[in-house]
Design a protein around this ligand. Structure first.
Ligand code: KG4
Ligand code: ZN
Length: 335
């Protein structure tokens, strides 16, 4: 199975044989967007157009397979930046049409949610915290394709909170990895930042919204802190460690509460922010203290990649699902 992923700013292609990753190539556009402090959609689609075919060729060459040996082509069709998505979808359609191969449209979020299953056996049901630059949601995965969303962010995604925090401190883009590294030398208790605890959404079904997330108050608190005299006496390491701790606290406490309420025994974390070392450590330790098994994808499967897209496409193809050549990109495709 060939997977193609172009939903945001990374161009990726992968070749999968069952759960064996024969090749997984990711071309990052960080150098393109870093000077703007965030992804510029128009630039992202232009770079996808330049990169996508060479990246597909590279993945096929690394896997030592030709297009004619493939069983199918899986492509991310949403959610994401529509211009970026369209590049991948158009290329996948053209290749599938030319080679008469099945085409499978994949939801990017399902790719993240299932990524860990490429490396480890995780029995359903499991609770999955999906934390990336564009999304922060909590799902109860009952089985293949059966995902119940328990919570979602009401404003920024966790990755955005990292990226915007790093930008305020002048640490560059994307900020998650930089904060993670810097925080290793900092004191997470140095500055007390607020944690949002959300109340149910009024007028909705009872319980709705209690597993939601919010990071905008924390972001404001950081901005206000940076304008106080205390900023001058605090090291960047301590500030970012404290800021990161607030994000991790909100994520871990919500997951543990949902696990207890839903009698979940297994926890999966996925998406770019699941690469965060503090989140990985605290989720594992506190999960185990609560009798839960915590499953973490390896770092290359946390951030955007096409192996997870090929994998999500593979099981759908086995179930007989395939997309028509009318397949379109959807910026807001829900999971
Ligand atoms: O999943 P991903 O590669 O792309 C999206 O689907 O959004 O996630 C990218 C996000 C960025 O916001 C980035 O700052 C964050 O993941 N990230 C991290 C770390 N590595 C990447 N955040 C915290 N700690 C990290 N080590
Ligand atoms: Zn992603």
């Amino acid at each position: 199975m060939l997977g193609i992923e172009t939903s945001c700013d990374d161009t990726a292609a992968a070749v999968l044989y069952g759960t064996e990753i024969r090749a997984s190539v990711v071309s990052s556009q960080d150098h393109v967007h870093s000077r703007y402090g965030g992804v510029v959609p128009e630039l992202a689609s232009r770079h996808h157009m330049e990169n996508v075919l060479p990246i597909v060729d590279q993945a096929l060459a690394q896997a030592h397979v030709g297009l004619e040996q493939l069983d199918g082509i899986a492509v991310t069709c949403g959610p994401g930046l529509v211009g970026s998505l369209l590049v991948g979808v158009s290329v996948a359609k053209a290749l599938a049409m030319a080679q008469q191969l099945p085409l499978i449209g994949v939801n990017h979020l399902e790719g993240h949610l299932l990524a860990v299953l490429l490396e480890q056996e995780v029995a359903f049901p499991f609770l999955c915290l999906l934390v990336s630059g564009g999304h922060t949601s909590l799902y109860l995965a009952h089985g293949w394709g059966e995902y119940q969303r328990l919570g979602v962010t009401r404003d920024d995604a966790a990755g955005e909170a990292f990226d915007k925090g790093a930008k305020m401190l002048g640490l560059g883009y994307p900020g998650g990895r930089v904060i993670d590294r810097l925080a290793l030398q900092g004191d997470p208790q140095a500055v007390r930042f607020p944690r949002a605890h959300l109340k149910p959404v009024p007028g909705k079904v009872e319980g709705t919204g209690t597993y939601d997330f919010s990071f905008s108050g924390l972001k404001t608190a950081l901005r206000q802190f940076l304008a106080t005299p205390e900023r001058g006496v605090r090291r960047d390491e301590d500030i970012v460690a404290s800021y990161q701790e607030a994000i991790v606290d909100m994520l871990v406490t919500t997951v543990l509460r949902a696990a207890s309420d839903h009698q979940a025994k297994r926890i999966v974390i996925s998406g770019g922010v699941s690469a965060n070392s503090r989140l990985r450590r605290r989720m594992t330790e506190e999960g185990e203290q609560n009798g839960l098994r915590v499953f973490l994808p390896s770092l290359r499967l946390c951030t955007d990649n096409a192996a997870m897209i090929a994998f999500a496409g593979e099981w759908r193809l086995i179930c007989g699902q395939r997309a028509s050549f009318q397949l379109n990109a959807s910026a807001t495709l829900p999971l």
